[in-house]
Design a protein around this ligand. Structure first.
Ligand code: GLA
Length: 512
């Protein structure tokens, strides 16, 4: 009897405790559960916000959910702690590599105070999240992709595009007035005469969309049509930037789901060039789906009937050089972002050898924009940059402040003889023909039975480069011209020896 009584008491107690738990869980969810947003104004007072959404579910000491920030969408994979102090690890696949992020935080009142970093050694970014309505900031559903077909050639850029792009120098600090003054500079400083024509606005011009879904410009660009008219009045062309994803790399509005509509808007504004940057698309699509995603915009641009150069920017993934032209691309980035540094420039430039077969009139490998004049390399190094890009038949998109460059930098950018190599109408990309340690020689076949030869010295000291004509696969007599000293020189038939400064180049044009 005594035992039965005890058992009844234990069972009743257990049921009551369980009931209390169930009722509490039902009445007040665990405090971290919910949709949280951090909204930080973007720099430069452009009226837009950078957002991070943490959509969390707390069950006891377990926290699950997703974190969406600019172009990234992570799933929480691990956590320790609770509302009084927690650490979340979240991860996403970006192409073939896993990208991880860590958030530390605690709940203070109804604010989530968090600090985040990618790697333990990074300085954490502090932020405060507040509650957002359920569903706000959710990733849109994945749109079905079209079957692949060959997008007809738009007939543009039979030689590599030349112009200027805002990103390398200005990043988010680009606005209407700056673009106009850059156009003024290009139209009057000799660059236009030398062949530069595109003025390309990179990321951070975008705002959201209106009720009809039309893309809007932010405060920095009050009237894109008027800006295009202005640039056109200078005899130049205007380029713009977007992403096939919901967000651009800087977290601004992308084109996702509005491809045809945006292409029509660009055409109506008078846009002549589109750089289309993968970034936010990685939240919805795999690398293998890139061709279909890029084809949507290739078709959309053609449909506008306006000649718009189509520049693919997906960092050379999935061997873009093999399919870029088929989806309507005029050029495609072959690497990650360039920096104004000798290591970055040479790592990119000298790694392009194997891509030569894929360059042809209208379709170019793009080793990224020029850093010439941005200040962190020497003039000798910038000459190497210019020469290498010309040997590669690369787009020549200046990335410096054209309004305030020195005459020496302007002279590098407007060296007509080097530009003529880049713009050679045969459209054949140069290749390495000889290498010994840090010295290498590249040649490029030119129209009119001519050849460009560049002797590069990547070493810390001056070097004498001696090569046999046979090494360069050249025979017979040639007239030679030095494209930096602008002088004729003697080209010996069997062996040539050239002294090249540290990090420098000697670039020649050989003709019969
Ligand atoms: C990526 C591109 C850059 C630039 C930025 C803008 O990093 O590769 O060239 O367009 O995005 O956010």
């Amino acid at each position: 009897m005594k035992t039965r009584h005890r058992l009844t008491v234990i069972i009743t107690l257990s049921i009551s405790i369980l009931l209390v738990f169930i009722v509490r869980a039902w009445q007040s969810p665990e405090p971290l559960t919910g949709n949280w947003v951090v909204r930080t104004p973007n720099p430069n007072n452009d009226g837009t916000f950078r957002t991070t959404y943490l959509n969390l579910k707390q069950e006891g000491s377990r926290i699950t959910g997703t974190i969406r920030t600019t172009q990234f969408f992570y799933r929480v994979t691990d956590n320790t702690g609770g509302p009084d102090g927690f650490t979340l690890t979240a991860s996403m696949m970006d192409g073939k590599s896993e990208r991880k992020v860590q958030y530390d935080g605690k709940l203070i009142g109804d604010e989530l105070h968090i600090s985040t970093r990618r790697r333990p050694q990074d300085n954490p970014t502090q932020m405060i999240a507040v509650r957002a309505p359920a569903g706000e900031g959710a990733l849109p559903a994945r749109n079905p992709l079209p079957a692949l077909h060959k997008v007809p050639d738009n007939g543009l850029v039979r030689t590599p595009p030349m112009g200027w792009n805002s990103w390398n120098k200005f990043a988010g600090r680009i606005d209407d007035a700056t673009v106009r003054s850059i156009a003024d500079a290009m139209a009057t400083n000799g660059m236009k005469e030398a062949g530069y024509v595109y003025i390309n606005i990179d990321d951070t011009w975008e705002a959201g969309r209106d009720a009809q879904g039309n893309i809007l410009t932010n405060k920095k660009f009050p009237d894109m049509k008027a800006l295009a008219d202005y640039v056109h009045s200078k005899g130049l062309k205007l380029g713009i930037y977007s992403s096939p994803g919901p967000n651009t790399c800087a977290g601004y509005e992308g084109t996702y789901g509005h491809e045809e509509q945006d292409a029509r808007t660009y055409a109506a504004w008078g846009i002549d060039y589109l750089k289309y940057d993968w970034c936010g698309a990685r939240t919805l699509y795999t690398d293998e789906e890139m061709p279909a995603v890029y084809q949507i915009m290739g078709d959309a641009l053609l449909k506008t009937k306006r000649p718009i150069v189509y520049s693919l920017c997906q960092y050379g993934r999935l061997d873009v050089w093999k399919w870029g032209a088929d989806v309507g691309g005029n050029l495609w980035r072959t690497t990650g972002d360039i920096r104004d540094a000798w290591d970055s420039m040479t790592r990119i430039g000298f790694s392009q050898n194997d891509l030569a077969p894929y360059a042809k009139p209208g379709h170019w490998n793009d080793p990224d924009m020029l850093e010439i004049g941005n200040g962190a390399m020497s003039e000798t190094e910038y000459k190497t940059h210019m020469s290498l890009w010309a040997m590669l038949a690369a787009p020549l998109l200046a990335g410096n402040d054209l309004r305030s460059m020195s005459p020496e930098i302007l002279a590098i950018l407007t060296n007509r003889e080097v530009i003529a190599i880049d713009q050679d109408k045969l459209g054949k990309q140069g290749q390495r023909v000889w290498q010994s340690g840090e010295q290498e020689v590249w040649t490029r076949a030119l129209s009119g039975d001519a050849i460009a030869v560049a002797f590069f010295n990547r070493a810390k000291d001056e070097a004498k480069i001696t090569v046999k004509a046979a090494d360069l696969k050249i025979t017979g007599k040639w007239k030679a011209r030095d494209l930096w000293s602008h002088q004729a020189l003697i080209w010996p038939e069997t062996e040539s020896a050239v002294t090249v400064p540290s990090h420098g180049v000697v670039m020649l044009r050989l003709s019969r």
